[in-house]
Design a binder for this molecule. Structure first.
Ligand code: TLP
Length: 344
């Protein structure tokens, strides 16, 4: 029998639900490059409504959606203001230089929270030496585990628009942010010109993300998507799962947050562990060990006991709760961590 692993590497690992599988099987499809796929159209309409934007586009991944947004908002040589610890900077293989051809100017958020004055100081005036600033990128929920409140987003919106600069939101986990802030995702997205969000993370769709914005922006992005090789044909099979994700999987995300609270508390009770308690807004738990050991040994101990984890980044581990991991699974995870520390 196939061994069942407890997979806490990410929420991207979630498997599609039975309903998604059935919807995919039955999906009515057509050639989406001709805009002929009724299921994709339905998903894009629903997705636009969910974030209160005029239009939306189905894209293959979150990285694709972010990079397409940069490519659509900017021209080669523009400057984009973005968090040093954002996914765009850290985890997109430098694509903004390759695809949009832009220069990134980084702000340094405090635990994912941007400082409005710092962003203001980074927007370029007109000078023969300077590239034009055309875009600010925000991330909410932030990949380091926090959420940005609406007051800060509003201030950045006012600043950007007073200077003719657009804002793109990496909202890969916008519905997690909405849960943590106790607001509707529409309210978060109302402060930005474009938003990318993922169907394939906590919402458990197998593939795909959404880029949303004005009709004009999305029609330009549609052509950019084709240029990037993302014009897909009978992709309604995937969109069908995305519809189920948006209709049925959004409200349960708060459960992942509660499970992460439980995991954080349980790990923090272990003497050799320090949990990053100030970065505990969503379904992620970041922590360090206060004792030194070979990280590879820890990972193989976890795997041998049926738990998949990622290696640490900058000395920090990240455990991510998701719909395929129960409270009992998390109890087991903590037990297995304790067992390692005893042995070592
Ligand atoms: N994040 C992945 C890894 O790439 C780190 C994860 O496991 O969390 N924005 C944010 C904030 C993200 O966390 C991610 C994925 C993306 C964009 C990109 O999405 P994909 O993986 O669909 O390209």
């Amino acid at each position: 029998m196939k061994m069942r692993y407890i997979d806490i590497r990410s929420d991207t690992v979630t498997l599609p639900t039975q309903k998604m599988r059935e919807a995919m099987y039955k999906a009515e499809v057509g050639d989406d490059v001709y805009e002929d796929d009724p299921t994709v159209r339905k998903l894009e309409k629903l997705a636009a409504e969910k974030v209160g934007k005029e239009a939306a586009l189905f894209v293959p991944s979150g990285t694709f959606g972010n990079e397409l947004a940069l490519f659509t908002h900017t021209k080669r040589g523009d400057e984009v203001i973005v968090d040093r610890n954002s996914h765009i900077v850290l985890h997109e293989v430098g694509a903004s230089a390759v695809i949009a051809g832009v220069q990134l100017r980084e702000y340094i958020s405090q635990n994912g929270i941007p400082d409005v004055d710092e962003i203001n100081s980074l927007i370029r005036d007109e000078d023969i030496h300077y590239p034009p600033t055309t875009l600010i990128c925000l991330e909410n929920a932030h990949g380091i585990g926090t959420v940005v409140n609406l007051e800060i987003m509003k201030k950045i919106e006012e600043l950007a628009h007073s200077k003719g600069v657009k804002i793109h939101l990496d909202g890969a986990r916008i519905f997690n942010a909405a849960c943590a802030l106790g607001v509707d995702a529409k309210e978060i997205a109302s402060h930005v010109d474009s938003v990318m969000f993922c169907l394939s993370k906590g919402l458990a769709a197998p593939v795909g993300s959404i880029l949303a914005g004005t009709k004009e922006f999305i029609s330009k992005a549609r052509k950019g998507r084709k240029l990037m090789g993302g014009g897909m044909r009978q992709v309604g099979f995937l969109a069908a799962a995305g519809i189920v994700a948006l209709e049925e999987m959004v409200d349960r995300l708060c459960e992942d947050h509660e499970n992460a609270d439980f995991l954080a508390k349980s790990l923090d009770e272990i003497d050799e562990i320090e949990v990053q308690k100030d970065r505990r807004d969503i379904n992620m738990v970041f922590f360090r060990f206060l004792v030194k050991f070979d990280d590879k040994k820890f990972a193989s101990h976890m795997l041998e006991n049926g738990v998949k984890i990622n290696p640490p980044e900058g000395g920090e581990y990240r455990f991510v709760t998701n719909k395929d991991v129960s409270r009992q699974d998390l109890e087991k995870v903590v037990e297995i961590v304790r067992k390692f520390l005893k042995k070592f």
